[in-house]
Ligand binder design. Structure first.
Ligand SMILES: Nc1ncnc2c1ncn2[C@@H]1O[C@H](COP(=O)(O)OP(=O)(O)OP(=O)(O)O)[C@@H](O)[C@H]1O
Ligand SMILES: [Mg+2]
Length: 303
């Protein structure tokens, strides 16, 4: 199996499992609590993904949801730094087999759970297909008690980034009003559509001056995405640019916790409310929380 093989090709090997047919699976097996797996990704780096994930996670956790955040920026993770955590172990120890996945989970603000990534280990940005599958199946075992899994992706369009993104039920693309961020978001959507057959994503516009700016950017992107890629982009919301974010990063505290009444915190709270309202999917007892879309998709494409 090639190291850079797209994940949904690999998944087809696993879709021979009996529960791969969704209707049959539901008929034969007891259902279990569903986890909403949401990936936050972007074409350009530095647009605010990690802050969005951390603040949404914090708000949802405080509202009583069980939240797990996967830092999927495997080689350059910094979610733990943003949250002021100093985890002893991280996902690199899971990949090398030194630790089990449950052993590297740490608790963050608001009691949300974090799976920290390593920083500065280049090999982790080039995992083999088998290693990625192994990690996703290990992760799946943690999800029985999780309501919402948030995947904080690395930026870009490499298979290592997108293989994790597309394993989630929902892909959210983050942009800022900078033209480079918008063109990179389009490039990301293009790869998602053409290589991974992802025909839907949601858009978050971060660092806007006002609500209209967010909607305008969405309209621009949606027109070209529909026309040239035949995909549907849903507008999920925007977060205002707020200088208080710089203070928070320096203090290693998230804005929703440190300055809950700031404009940025209000924006994140709004996104968290919408995230909490996304529909969950009922799963049979043998279904994977993750990969569900892809197993189903592979099966359908065989018919
Ligand atoms: N709404 C906002 N207003 C002002 N600054 C913001 C806002 N959101 C994020 N930032 C700032 O942007 C910078 C990048 O944020 P963040 O690390 O969350 O981006 P990222 O997309 O995760 O980056 P990477 O691609 O490197 O993982 C940080 O310094 C953060 O404080
Ligand atoms: Mg980040």
């Amino acid at each position: 199996m090639s190291a850079m093989q797209p994940m949904n090709k690999v998944i087809s090997l696993n879709s021979r499992r009996p529960a791969a047919d969704p209707s049959r699976g539901r008929a034969l097996h007891a259902t279990r609590a569903a986890t909403r797996a949401i990936s936050i990704t972007s074409g350009k780096g530095g647009v605010g993904k990690t802050n969005i994930v951390a603040n949404i996670g914090y708000e949802l956790s405080r509202s009583g949801q069980e939240v797990l955040i996967l830092d999927a920026d495997l080689g350059l993770g910094n979610l733990d730094i943003l949250l002021g955590l100093a985890p002893k172990y991280n996902l690199s120890h899971v990949i090398t087999g030194e630790k089990r996945i449950g052993d590297v989970v740490v608790e963050g603000p608001g009691r949300m759970k974090i799976l920290p990534a390593a920083s500065g280990i280049q090999e982790l940005t080039q995992l083999s297909g088998d290693q990625k599958i192994g990690m996703l199946y290990a992760l799946d075992q943690l999800l029985d008690s999780v309501d919402i899994l948030l995947i904080d992706s690395a930026a870009g369009i490499s298979p290592n980034v997108l293989d994790f993104s597309v394993s989630a039920h929902e892909t959210m693309v983050v942009v800022t009003p900078e033209p480079t961020s918008i063109t990179d978001a389009y490039a990301l959507m293009k790869v998602l559509a053409l290589k991974y057959d992802e025909k839907r994503c949601r858009l978050i516009v971060n660092q806007v001056s006002n609500e209209n700016e967010g909607r305008d950017i969405f309209r621009q992107l949606n027109i070209v995405a529909q026309k040239f890629l035949d995909i549907d982009v849903d507008y999920f919301g925007c977060v205002p640019r707020d200088d208080i974010m710089t203070t928070c990063v320096k203090q290693q505290r998230i804005v929703s916790q440190a300055f809950p009444e700031s404009t940025a915190a209000r924006g994140f709270r709004n996104l968290a409310r919408k995230t909490g309202a996304l529909p969950a999917q009922a799963l049979s007892s043998t279904d994977s929380h993750l990969l569900w879309n892809h197993i189903t998709r592979e099966d359908l494409s065989w018919k």
